[in-house]
Design a protein around this ligand. Structure first.
Ligand code: BDR
Ligand code: CA
Length: 314
């Protein structure tokens, strides 16, 4: 039976790639794609989610969820890596939809409808997940698992020296989710940074003549440009797709039970993930953390998934 999944995303090209891989994967039933502000504003994230699903037009449309402002707003104005609308230079035009439910409401409804059976794959700031938990205090016990792309275990952050982007965008939400009594898997930067797609990837993507091929070939070139300009590297990271692939292919990763929390108010450390790794720890384990991965196999799994999506979408 296909695994029921909610994708919570702030698209973002790497979010978009992950959505594309998941929407046509026979192992997955995407119940909902919920938007959250992060790489882009909440408004833009909502439009981008709609644009992605419209462009890909999967056989079964997921519910869509509308993003709202986090408490205190987003600390960054858009992510330089993904351009103005975050889906590539040309963007996708969409008409604003009426009556789209708030993301946290969609999450609550879907988890309640399928108790203990839903995996939430959280690929953006944890605003919606924390709000859903505040709205329904039983949600942490009712959700099957939350897979979180973000945080850093040993390495530095990627938006400040200490913080990973998704954690930094809404640290109180991240802290609330980390501390919640839910089953969680964290896929930190230490692992996602180990997958780099080079230009060769274009030889392995589906042809321009397919819907999926057009979509992914449309969104990726501007990301390659941004990585070259910002970091001087001829390759890109696709954190969110790596996290999704880790969730779908657990045999390709090594996990360790750990006790983690998120700093919410440090002058230099806001948004930093902190783990109790003392010789005699006193914090209780509250998540599993992906500490190692077969990165080539994860890359292959992603590209196979995109290829299969192209075939399925026609
Ligand atoms: C995360 O930050 C975002 O920009 C990406 O979409 C990804 O979710 C990586 O730190
Ligand atoms: Ca993201």
């Amino acid at each position: 039976m296909a695994r029921k999944v909610i994708l919570d995303v702030d698209p973002g090209a790497d979010d978009a790639l992950a959505v594309c891989a998941a929407l046509f994967d026979p192992r997955v039933e995407v119940l909902a794609v919920t938007a959250v502000g992060g790489n882009v504003s909440p408004e833009r994230a909502t439009l981008n989610v709609q644009a992605i699903v419209e462009q890909l037009d999967p056989p079964r449309w997921p519910r869509l969820g509308q993003a709202s402002q986090p408490e205190g707003g987003l600390p960054v104005k858009g992510r330089f890596l993904y351009g103005d609308d975050s889906l590539g230079a040309d963007g996708f035009r969409v008409a604003e939809r009426q009556h789209v439910l708030a993301s946290e409401k969609v999450i609550c409804e879907q988890v309640r409808a399928h108790p203990h059976a839903v995996t939430i794959v959280a690929l953006g700031p944890l605003t919606n997940i924390a709000r859903a938990m505040a709205r329904d205090p039983e949600l942490p016990a009712l959700v099957g698992r939350i897979v979180i792309a973000g945080g850093a275990l040993h390495g530095p952050g990627n938006i400040t020296p200490t913080a990973e982007f998704n954690m930094y965008c809404d640290p109180p939400a991240a802290q609330a989710v980390f501390r919640s009594p839910s089953t969680k898997t964290l896929v930190p930067l230490d692992v996602t940074n180990r997958v780099t797609l080079s230009y060769d990837v274009f030889h392995r993507l589906p042809s321009e003549n397919t819907r999926v091929g057009r979509f992914v070939r449309g969104i990726l070139p501007s990301v390659f440009r941004a990585y070259r300009q910002q970091f001087g590297i001829e390759g890109i990271h696709v954190h969110d797709s790596v996290a999704l692939m880790a969730a779908l292919n657990p045999e390709l990763v090594v996990c360790r039970e750990m006790a983690g929390d998120v700093e919410t108010m440090g002058e230099l450390t806001t948004g930093m993930t902190v783990f109790d790794r003392r010789r005699v720890p006193t914090w209780r384990h509250n998540m599993e953390v992906v500490v190692d991965a077969q990165t080539d196999a994860l890359t292959d799994a992603l590209l196979q998934s995109i290829a299969a999506a192209a075939e399925a979408a026609g």
